[in-house]
Design a protein around this ligand. Structure first.
Ligand SMILES: Cc1cc2nc3c(=O)[nH]c(=O)nc-3n(C[C@H](O)[C@H](O)[C@H](O)COP(=O)(O)OP(=O)(O)OC[C@H]3O[C@@H](n4cnc5c(N)ncnc54)[C@H](O)[C@@H]3O)c2cc1C
Length: 287
């Protein structure tokens, strides 16, 4: 009998556990180790940040669903992956031995790489439900006294789609409230062109998104490096294809949401450099 452990119980981890159970039958042990007892549907966070959804509609307790499939669960979190001895050190000091390990921890949000970025600084985030709820509090204040908005994704962000989605959501909310004409919106992104999405584009995402931005009066700055953020002001350097600065911008804002750079979470990033790259992501081989 083998023991399969899955770290993380979100969009990656839960289906991994269900698929493993289905493929293996009940002959093997499966354990999911999360650092939270609750599943959060991350793609709903942009709606939470404008009050279109509430926490109770997008989150639920994980354990009862795993129990039904004979999958063990703990929310103690993983502090250390001891790959050489096939063992995990959990947050409560206990250890778990595994034969096979699936790592589905998602990213660490690297707000600290840019001064003033993030929910502890001067910009909002929609990457977690806690961040999205905080953004909604600030959004409600903003709606009483609207001004410029800056939305986008900073250099080394690995996920761009939600920034576009959120720009259009705010555009929609402001239009419905008949406030759009009071709110200049600027989209700031490290992408080389609008609609690149970190993937070199998807179909005509460049044409479609540029066109929608133009139709909805959303200005943009691409090839952008955010230098720092102060209360109400973002400092942005625009670079050319050789990474040389061609322009600097000081963008005033009354509300800003910027997707941060991603890194590997600590228990993953702390593994040997044979396993992880300098950003703390697991290297993928031909298997
Ligand atoms: C705002 C937003 C909107 C999005 N919209 C879409 C969309 O519309 N469509 C789409 O396809 N994708 C969308 N995405 C992307 C999608 O949400 C992610 O690809 C997906 O959530 C990744 O799932 P994951 O399980 O790999 O990681 P995550 O969802 O990040 O989950 C990782 C889990 O691991 C846990 N964990 C972390 N560290 C530890 C540890 N040490 N021990 C135990 N557990 C740990 C975390 O608590 C978390 O529960 C969106 C992303 C964002 C941020």
């Amino acid at each position: 009998m083998a023991h399969i452990i899955i770290i993380g119980a979100s969009t990656g981890g839960l289906p991994s556990a269900y698929e493993a159970r289905e493929a293996l039958g009940n002959e093997h042990d499966i354990t999911v180790v999360s650092n939270t007892p609750v599943f959060h549907f991350v793609p709903s966070n942009p709606w939470i940040a404008v009050g279109w959804r509430e926490r109770k509609e997008t989150a639920f307790d994980i354990e009862p669903y795993l129990k039904k499939k004979n999958i063990a669960f703990t929310s103690a979190g993983v502090d250390e992956i001891r790959a050489e001895s096939n063992q995990l050190l959990l947050g409560d000091g206990s250890t778990l031995d595994y034969d096979y390990l699936i790592v589905a921890t998602g990213p660490k949000l690297a707000f600290d790489e840019i001064e003033g970025l993030g929910p502890e600084g001067h910009t909002e985030s929609i990457c977690s439900i806690d961040h999205a709820e905080q953004a909604y509090e600030h959004w409600q204040e903003f709606m009483k006294n609207p001004g410029p908005i800056v939305i986008g994704a900073v250099q080394a962000a690995s996920c761009y789609g939600p920034a576009y989605e959120f720009a259009f959501i705010l555009n929609r909310v402001l239009k419905k409230a008949k406030l759009r004409d009071q709110v200049p919106i600027t989209f700031v992104t490290a992408e080389p062109y609008i609609g690149h999405l970190g993937l070199g584009g998807v179909g005509d995402s460049n044409g479609l998104l540029e066109s929608e931005f133009k139709m909805n009066d959303i200005k943009w700055i691409t090839n952008a490096k955010v230098q720092k953020v102060e209360a109400g002001k973002m400092f942005v350097e625009q670079v050319n294809d050789n990474a040389e600065t061609i322009k600097t911008h000081e963008l005033p804002f009354d509300f800003s949401m910027m997707l941060p750079a991603f890194k590997g979470v600590d228990c993953v990033a702390n593994m040997s450099e044979e396993v992880v790259n300098p950003r703390g992501f697991i290297k993928v081989d031909e298997f």
